[in-house]
Design a protein around this ligand. Structure first.
Ligand code: FRU
Length: 494
């Protein structure tokens, strides 16, 4: 598996066949669970199951048997999982609290028959650390009220009211429900019809509290994936920051904020039940885009997840934003440190990469564009990756448009899905210096700018691995204050 073309070396992938959204992420008894939308018979989407893997460090994963199979009520669509610590559902005991998965049934016959009520919410539970699952006999627990898009429940415990809260994607908005036992749900409120981006249907929401870094201010964060309608077309995830009182959510500002400006981070939600002493908010997303996910040129499997990321809130001028960064556990995979000294650069300068493996690496830079030079102002700067097939990937910042860009135009032209945007861009205003962390793994590039204030995740399918690295600066010059590279160890068996 390690040798397969495009097989990521340190990102989660199914061993074989089709995967989309991450589902049911929950931490219990020392294990992080990751379920995912899975079609075990094909490399394209089809009857959905929940695939399953566990990890003790969020980096190395053990693949487990499929957790949930479709049944007479429908395919198993996306959803969440919680530890029912107080056994409110009665599905376990206090001594052995049940793990409860809350997912959407998608009834394909209902859909084909042109009905509107083919999606409903249901429960399954496990009493053996997620190894085997039983479906609740009275499913569904939240029947469909006659709305076509009614799915992707994310459930959490809200202490102040002693209730479970469910946030659900409903066409062009989210709905919030509450329950004392996970089995009976009452409608509380709606959010979003007049907020945020509306270029497509809303999917896979999440809602959680976070403190603003360096303060005691607690805000509530709502994530909402949208497809299509992302900033570069297709699938993407927007977010809102505001307040929640157990019943309804109000966002502070009306502008749309994107969690990730790239084309390949979708349906990301966060882990439940991370112990308080850890206290992190951890997210993983599906590293693909519905515009081309089913056509990407991998052979035995399709799709990977993003690196797990820690989300934090920071005050940025008069706004509060999410910053996302690779989890600290990722550090264990870093090796072979190469550090280059400060340089002033103009034009294109090849880097002597020595032992650096550009298939699996992390590149860190601090750039400082120079005010003016004899040639005029710098217009763009960044990195170029090349291979022996003369493919070139360009990643950098354009100072005129104030946009980061990743240009895939000259890589794998044979993969000609017209939606596979060659130039992916995202707005970010750089005043002076900028830090870039670039994580490359076989067929993906994750860019984290200024400690996660701007993030861009993109797939890329070079016909041969990149083996040359250069830095570039167009017109004027740029100073490289720091350049530090690491190889990343594979998590796959040899
Ligand atoms: C998002 C999504 C979800 C749905 C699942 C089906 O990618 O469309 O809304 O539950 O995928 O596989």
């Amino acid at each position: 598996m390690r040798k397969e073309k495009f097989r990521p070396q340190f990102h989660f992938t199914p061993q074989a066949n089709w995967m989309n959204d991450p589902n049911g992420m929950v931490y219990y008894e020392g294990e992080y669970h990751l379920f995912y939308q899975y079609h075990p018979q094909s490399t394209v989407w089809g009857p959905m199951h929940w695939g399953h893997a566990v990890s003790t460090d969020l980096i190395h994963w053990n693949h487990l048997p499929i957790a949930l199979y479709p049944d007479s009520l429908g395919y198993i669509f996306s959803g969440s999982a919680v530890v029912d610590w107080k056994n409110t559902s009665g599905l376990g005991t206090r001594e052995n609290p049940p793990l409860v998965a809350i997912y959407t049934y998608h009834n394909i016959e209902g859909e084909k028959a042109g009905r509107n009520d083919y999606q409903s919410q249901a429960l399954a539970f496990s009493l053996d650390k997620g190894r085997t699952w039983s479906k609740y006999e009275k499913n569904p627990v939240l029947p469909n009220p006659g709305i076509r898009d009614f799915r992707d429940p994310k459930v959490f415990w809200y202490n102040e009211t002693n209730k479970w809260v469910m946030i659900l994607a409903v066409q062009n908005r989210v709905q919030i429900y509450s329950s004392s036992n996970l089995k009976e749900w009452s409608f509380e409120s709606e959010f979003g019809v007049d907020r945020g981006a509306h270029g497509g249907v809303w999917e896979c929401p999440d809602l959680f509290p976070l403190e603003v870094e360096g303060s005691t201010i607690k805000k509530w964060v709502m994530l909402v994936s949208i497809n299509p309608g992302g900033p570069n077309g297709g699938s993407a995830t927007q977010y809102f920051i505001g307040d929640f009182d157990g019943k309804s959510f109000h966002s502070d500002v009306d502008t749309t904020k994107w969690l990730d400006w790239g084309m390949d981070n979708y349906a990301g939600v966060t882990w439940s039940d991370i112990p308080e002493e850890d206290g992190r908010r951890l997210l993983i997303g599906w590293m693909s885009n519905w515009q081309y996910a089913q056509e990407v040129p991998t052979e035995s499997w399709r799709s990977a997840m993003t690196l797990p990321r820690e989300l934090k809130l920071v005050q940025e001028k008069d706004d509060i934003i999410i910053v996302s960064n690779p989890i600290k556990e990722f550090e264990v995979l870093k090796e072979q440190h190469q550090k280059d000294s400060e340089t002033l650069l103009s034009g294109e300068v090849p880097i002597d990469i020595k032992e650096l493996d550009l298939k699996s690496c992390e590149l860190n830079f601090v750039f400082e564009p120079q005010e003016a030079s004899q040639n005029g102002h710098t217009t763009a700067y960044g990195i170029l990756l090349r291979n022996d097939k003369e493919e070139v990937l360009k990643l950098g910042y354009n100072m005129l448009s104030k946009k980061f860009f990743m240009d895939r135009t000259n890589v794998y032209k044979a993969f000609s899905n017209s939606h596979y945007l060659s130039l992916v861009t995202g707005d970010y205003d750089i005043q002076n210096q900028v830090k870039m962390k670039i994580i490359i793994d076989a067929a993906s590039i994750e860019l984290f700018v200024d400690d996660g204030k701007f993030v861009m995740t993109n797939t890329v399918f070079p016909q041969e691995p990149f083996n040359q690295l250069s830095l570039f600066s167009s017109l004027g010059s740029v100073k490289i204050l720091e350049a530090e590279f690491y190889n990343i160890k594979s998590i796959r068996a040899k």
